[in-house]
Design a protein around this ligand. Sequence first.
Ligand code: HMG
Ligand code: MG
Length: 298
Amino acid sequence: SLPGHVRIVEVGPRDGLQNEPASLSVALKCQLIEQLVSTGIRHIETGSFVSPKWVPQMADTEQVMHQLQRTSGVIYSVLTPNLKGFERALSCQPSEIAVFAAASEEFSARNINCSITESLERFNPLIEKAKVQKLRVRGYISCTVGCPYTGDITPQQVAWVAQQLNEMGCDEISLGDTIGVGNPLACKRMLAAVAHYVPLSQLAVHFHDTYGQALANIYAMLEEGIATVDTAIAGLGGCPYAQGASGNVATEDVVYLLNGLGIQSKIDLSQLTVVSHWICQQLNRPNQSKVARALHPQ
Ligand code: HMG
Ligand code: MG
């Protein structure tokens, strides 16, 4: 049965902007985050503390976090791949940090330059320190239904990584279809394996829409009891280390779906489309959200 309420985790300011050819100014990034919060979004990724040589678009996350006008009750989350990233993050009081692993060895090597086991060993002390600081910890798993380098991924591989992250203390685990190759059946099989080790209430789905399957896959996940969905305004996004990966599923498209299903998200769809068109203008790129284009033609 479908959940009564779904929490949207807006990843546009991080996943969306990390892949844009041009960097947005700190002021515009702050404006984007504040406007998204004003639509009702209560959980938002503001950036990442990764190597500025690898992802220059996120090099100013610290300034963004400092200049942001925060709203109480909103979770401001940042990605931290290692202790160095975590120390940088601590100086700007995030509400949550996120570590990111993969179900594919090849993707792990390309994305974070280490094996899956090494990545988990790196996260362990970081998660312990985050717990001491009373920070929420999110754990990502990339390539849960397919890898751009090695193709098929078994549900058992994903379940193993999820179990490790869960045992290390991740409060929530986000299951990524990094290159959007999943279908409802493959996603259900993957989720069933993971749910063996992690309660559904601690799982999120993070689907890129490369092949236009994300909404179908999300619906399948809602039917299985998933109630946290990662999305990006205007369908921004992509991972620089996943060739051909296009944007995340658009926030507007998911909110429209939820509204149609009578599922509460407490997000104002028409305000969302205004923010969506505004950010596309700033980035000089077409809007990937069908709902934004339909509701608010340019
Ligand atoms: P590395 O080169 O293996 O690290 O990078 P290292 O420890 O050998 O350090 C090398 C240099 O980087 C040193 O500097 C370090 O100080 C520096 P140097 O001495 O050469 O001047 N360094 C750092 N600087 C700033 N912040 C740090 C940091 N760490 C090291 N945290 C590392 C390892 C993970 C840092 C690197 O591979 C990296 O930054 N990768 C980028 C990963 C990334 O941002 N990917 C995109 C996000 S994940 C994603 O999009 C998927 C997701 O959306 C889910 C899905 O869709 O599937 C989450
Ligand atoms: Mg992603």
